[in-house]
Each structure stands twice: as C-alpha cells, then as structure tokens.
Design a protein around this ligand. Structure first.
Ligand code: FES
Ligand code: FES
Length: 163
C-alpha cells in the first residue's frame, strides 16, 4: 500500500508517496537520488548504508521509509558545511588515507561521527569495537581507525578553542 512519508533530509523537508515496503535506503537513493548512501548487502551486515535518523546512526537497509516518517535524516551528502568545508571526520579520512575504493566510506564516516557524539575520546579498542558493523574490503581497517582517532583529536581541540 502506498503511504505519504514526510521527513527532513539534510536540512530540507521532503514529502513523497512510497510503497509501505520501501526501505529507507531505497527511498534515499531512488526517490531522493542521494546515492552517497551505498548498498553492499541484503542482510544488514556491511554498514555501507549507515545514515543518521534523529541524530543516531542506523543501517538504512534495516528500516522502512515509513518508520522514518516525521524524523530527521542526515546522509553523507549532508555532513559537509554549506560552503563545502568537509566535516572533520571526512577531512581525517582523507588525511589518514582511511579509504581505498571508497565504497564503505560513507557508512564508516556516519558511524564514526555517531561514536564521537557519545564518546569524544574513544580508545583504539572502542573505535574498533564500534565499527564492528561496518565492513571494509580494502583498507585492513588500520587507517580507518587512525582517521577516527585523528578526527576525535581535531574535534576536541576545536571545541576547547571555542570555549
Ligand atoms: S546495505 Fe545495509 S548493512 Fe549492508
Ligand atoms: S575502502 Fe573499499 S571497501 Fe572500504
């Protein structure tokens, strides 16, 4: 059955009719053309589809679009500032070579940003533990972990400087 879903995506209100079975990831990619959110599996395992819903990271393939009705969604396209300045996590992935093919990168970054919201000073073990649900086939994870720890340092320094 079709339903109308309305939500805020990357700061903009959207409202569309979708089939009740439409996954959030399908809605983002196929209806809104936000193809930065990737699909790497059918089984909620790879984490390449991670977005934020109401500020928390979720696998967008494990949720229906209608479940996000009325919510606020942020995808990788909404992370940088309006003038194109990268989010510190994006900048850190670039600086620390935390990607190769880039397929897993949007999901990794969205997951890592959520980690730092609740734990601004994670240990290496905590970063590895948090990213357990995000699979990378290229990098061996080492530089991804370095990038997340680097972003945490940057963000702590920036918030101290702003005090
Ligand atoms: S596509 Fe969502 S976890 Fe793989
Ligand atoms: S950079 Fe290729 S899958 Fe992670």
């Amino acid at each position: 059955m079709p339903s109308t879903v309305s939500m805020t995506v990357n700061g903009k209100p959207v409202s569309k009719e979708v089939d009740d079975r439409t996954l959030l990831v399908q809605f983002l990619r196929e209806d809104l053309h936000l193809t930065g959110t990737h699909v790497g599996c059918d089984t909620s395992q790879c984490g390449s589809c991670v977005v934020h819903v109401d500020g928390k990271s979720v696998k967008a393939c494990s949720m229906l679009a209608v479940q996000a009705n009325g919510g606020t969604v942020t995808t990788i396209e909404g992370l940088a500032e309006a003038d194109g300045t990268l989010h510190p996590m994006q900048a850190a992935f670039r600086e620390h070579h935390g990607l190769q093919c880039g397929f897993c990168t949007p999901g990794m970054i969205m997951s890592a940003v959520d980690l730092l919201q609740t734990n601004p000073s994670p240990t290496e073990h905590e970063v590895r533990d948090w990213l357990e649900g995000n699979i990378c086939r290229c990098t061996g994870y080492h530089n991804i972990v370095k990038a997340v720890l680097g972003a945490a340092d940057e963000m702590r320094s920036a918030s101290k400087a702003a005090e």
